[in-house]
Design a binder for this molecule. Structure first.
Ligand SMILES: C[S@@+](CC[C@H](N)C(=O)[O-])C[C@H]1O[C@@H](n2cnc3c(N)ncnc32)[C@H](O)[C@@H]1O
Length: 229
């Protein structure tokens, strides 16, 4: 996968992680039609959409949005740096896209249990993450509304990270889409800085708010990538 020259580390903007890479990889496998309208929802730095653009030889129309103004400013800057024409808007969930429909929506709006977000290295410096005790609040709304923003044969790609209530998110996805298919699943070691809070993780796991495995003394969480249409 070719990478753009991008600024990906900036205070108060989410730094792309392993799940971001999986979203790019799977979107590239699915995209087939030139001139597609592609939305990166919860775009942060713009890493997902801009890397897709970099790796497709044909022209598409790229749209980005995030609730964070700082993220959108950075996303525009990253696009300019790589000479990729985009439309990027600040706003909550689908609010910026009234009456617009897309061929592909790649969504990765924050979806992680609040107490896990608080101790993680991913959501430091007030990165927007109002996704509730089990991480499902925002993604549930996205899943509920997505159909309205997809063209007739449009598709939604979204991750479910096991540091949220996976079962609940999947149940909601199945309620709003006829087809919900797992396209990739990968385990990652939890950042070492979180091990000192393993008692808290254990507690959250016990009550079903999150899930993870233990192997070779490591805590492994999972990123599942789904396609829905
Ligand atoms: C897990 S990060 C993903 C960022 C980026 N897609 C990536 O992979 O690097 C979640 C993003 O969702 C954004 N976000 C949080 N709440 C939001 C909301 N209500 N509406 C839109 N974006 C939101 C955050 O600002 C953050 O950039």
């Amino acid at each position: 996968m070719e990478q753009n020259k991008m600024i990906i580390k900036l205070k108060k903007v989410f730094t792309p992680n392993a799940t971001s890479d999986l979203l790019v990889f799977n979107s590239l496998k699915i995209l087939k039609k030139k001139g597609s309208d592609i939305l990166d929802l919860g775009c942060g730095t713009g890493f997902v959409g801009l890397t897709i653009a970099k790796n497709l030889k044909y022209k598409n129309n790229y749209y980005f949005s995030d609730i964070s103004k700082k993220a959108i400013l950075l996303c525009r800057k990253n696009a300019k740096k790589n000479k990729i024409k985009i439309e990027a808007k600040v706003g909550a969930l689908y609010k910026p896209w009234k009456n617009k429909k897309f061929d592909l929506i790649v969504e990765s709006v924050s979806a992680i249990a609040k107490k896990v977000a608080d101790i993680s290295p991913w959501y430091t410096n007030n990165i927007p993450c109002a996704c509730g005790e089990d991480g499902t609040i925002l993604v549930s709304r996205v899943l509920k509304e997505s159909k309205k923003y997809l063209k007739k044969n449009g598709k939604l790609i979204f991750p479910i990270v096991s540091l949220s209530n996976k079962k609940k998110i999947l149940k909601i996805a199945k309620k709003y889409f006829k087809t919900v298919r797992l396209i990739q699943s990968k385990d990652w070691p939890l950042p070492k800085s979180m091990y000192s809070k393993s008692y808290l993780l254990e507690k959250l796991k016990k009550v079903g708010l999150i899930s993870y495995k233990k192997k070779f003394g490591l805590i492994l969480y999972t990123s599942d990538i789904y396609i829905a249409y």
